[in-house]
Design a protein around this ligand. Sequence first.
Ligand SMILES: Cc1ncc(COP(=O)(O)O)c(C=O)c1O
Length: 387
Amino acid sequence: MKKGYFGDFGGQFVPELLMPPLLELETVLNEVVRTDDFRARLAGELRDYVGRPSALTRCPTLSERTGVDIWLKREDLNHSGSHKINNTIGQGLLTKMIGKKVLMAETGAGQHGVATATAAARFGLSCVVFMGALDVERQSHNVHRMKLLGAEVVAVESGTRTLKDAINAALRYWIAEQRSAHYCFGTAAGPHPFPELVHEFQAVISREARAQFLERAGRLPHAVVACVGGGSNAIGMFHEFLPDRGVRLIGVEAGGSGEPGCFNSAPLNLGAPGVLHGMHTQLLQTKEGQILPSHSIAPGLDYPGVGPEHSALQASGRAEYGLVNDAQALAAFQALTLSEGILPALESCHALAWVLENAAALKGQSVIVCLSGRGDKDLDIVEQNLG
Ligand SMILES: Cc1ncc(COP(=O)(O)O)c(C=O)c1O
């Protein structure tokens, strides 16, 4: 396989000026992150600060109602409320170990920004977060949290003033500040080596889930299911099961309102190959190659691209990618809240909704759903839609 590629996807489609920090990061990945010393320190942080291992919870009521044996990998129980912290604690630790002083990031919904600001505070680093100006208005609660954690939040006024513009601004800033700053990319996307780096830090999800399920059930599940924005919780949920050919790997994209022609966030289902944010991958785009606006009721899924490893897993047939619309995700939110007493993030609701929608075909099978985050951040959206 070509370096930095997953099948036909991946690569480093970046301006020359971004190559030095990317090459430096590749060296850091091989010579720092993959050492026993780093792994031992990270394991300590994950245990004592993040609160890992996270629980594997069986859903008795939903299982009985659907006939599907449904389990949840509880990333919502992590410190700061989602799987994003696995990645930011890893990247924060590497930043400290290589002696850089600034942790910088992009954020859409604000979850990754909050997780980055949390890691920066933990490791005594300064923190700069780029966020589309529209998202700054929509997610003021998370902006407040980031500021309380000591981060400087930069509102990006260009383009559609959302996540893709925040990533462009962050990449420009990194070019200028590469000697002092590490760019803590938030998902398993972007130019090489970010997809590999983030995969490395999120693999803990399936490492734990596989061992926990084997211990509790004495066998492997029939399927694991995770929502896909950029693809980090899904790649983390898939990793340890990749060699288990009998376990179905199912990623779930956001179909928006579901009406024909609506904006959605489903590049694997509805996109075509192209280049964005330094990677060759499936993208939402016009016939002429212009990037289309994306949309989902779940702010964290609202991205027109996807990590290149998912494009390759889809092309090879090892993973399947479903589509769930906003109303189905809201129904899953209600189902889990009322039947199991767990308020899930709207992103994670897409993964659960796929299981509920496909229950008839899954009857009698065991399924682990990655509950990537908790729903507290989404209560305003839920209230607006469900009253
Ligand atoms: C709770 C939660 N789940 C999922 C996602 C989607 O990101 P990814 O596909 O990288 O896991 C986000 C992004 O903000 C999120 O906050």
